[in-house]
Design a protein around this ligand. Sequence first.
Ligand code: NAI
Length: 416
Amino acid sequence: MPRAHALLLEKVHPSADDEFARHDVSSTRIDKGLDEAELIAALRAAPGDLPLVVGIRSKTRVTKAVIDAVDRLQAIGAFCIGTDQIDLAAARAAGVAVFNAPFSSTRSVAELVMAELVMLSRQVFARSRAAHGGKWAKNAQGSHEIRGKTLGIIGYGHIGSQLSVLAEAFGMQVLYYDVVTKLPLGNARACASLDELLAKSDFVSLHVPDTDFTRDMIGARELGAMRPGAHLVNASRGRVVVLDALRDAIAGGHVAGAALDVYPEEPASESDPFVCALQGQDNVILTPHIGGSTQEAQANIGLEVAVAVSRYLEGGRTLGCVNLPQLDMPPPPSLRGQAACRLLNIHRNVPGVLSRINAVIAQSNVNIAGQALGTLDDVGLLLVDMPLRSDEPAAAQLCAAIAALDTSVRTRLVEV
Ligand code: NAI
């Protein structure tokens, strides 16, 4: 009997089924998005009475109604970056863990940016457009190698640091600016301020998250602080750059060109129109948020989410979970080589919960070998490692007694 069953929708990459199978989680597929009623019916019809996982991408909405209707739903895998399509608060309140894959497309984004640096520097798009129109624009005017030029990376996280390595392999000098102190890779150097980076870079590439501090972080003043003739690339989030200011800086000639993959307003679907202040400019590359859209990224997403969900089902580990406290407790050394189990308890975050749970454990005369507690808003997650086999009646009785506390939302035995 498998440990759990995963219903995978929307053509999640097959790497997910393979990984689930490795963790003893069976899976079935419905290759399209489902509406609320269809999703409830499909989950209720899932095989056996196993704990359930639902895997979705961006089209299927997992609402409170879905979460409340399917009691055996343990986890939701968002096989994408965003989780807006899931009612995260309802999932948290019901003790349903949500996992996504924020870092699976790192390489894909970095490769696109590298390509764009060359395309901008060689005016490839303008020349291609001319050639399509029957014009032979064969000259070296305004065309440069990127070797020896300086790339300024704003945000030296997963993508920024990967880009740093690729850019150095092209012979570029790399500067970066990050609000957190980051270890430089290769010969990259950190800048003390954003202005220092802007003043020293031939290309500026943004790789920051969308926060209150990054919104509009590149406006008229910052564009004016860039080197004359420099290029700007934004494949991070649309609201980081003020597009009207960028249009003016390019029209005025101070900024030579730009490549944008993300926009403040993006169409919801391929059939909706796309409008942007920089349309129609020859030295601007516009791509429809495809930085992470590769088969390799999809395969990575399948793997990353399936691993995270499986680790949660097996051992209660919530690393990468977006709506529950993140706990990754290793087994305590005192349990090594012994029969042991881990109790997972998701509870309402109110005073006194821990002492009530520990009182139940103390009454059953079981020693606690390890314990970890995390809280997030209205919910707490507790892991308790005990020297009991999970199939011993004592373990099941203890689990039932803790599940019966009025503060408990979900309680189950997992592996240590
Ligand atoms: P990350 O979290 O690994 O790195 C972000 C870095 O930005 C961190 O080092 C952080 O300290 C830094 N940072 C935060 N605020 C800053 C500020 N005010 N100034 C300077 N640095 C700041 O994120 P990752 O994976 O590298 O992604 C970067 C961006 O790329 C995100 O906005 C993400 O949404 C976007 N992205 C875009 C894709 C696309 O298809 N175009 C695909 C994947 C990610």
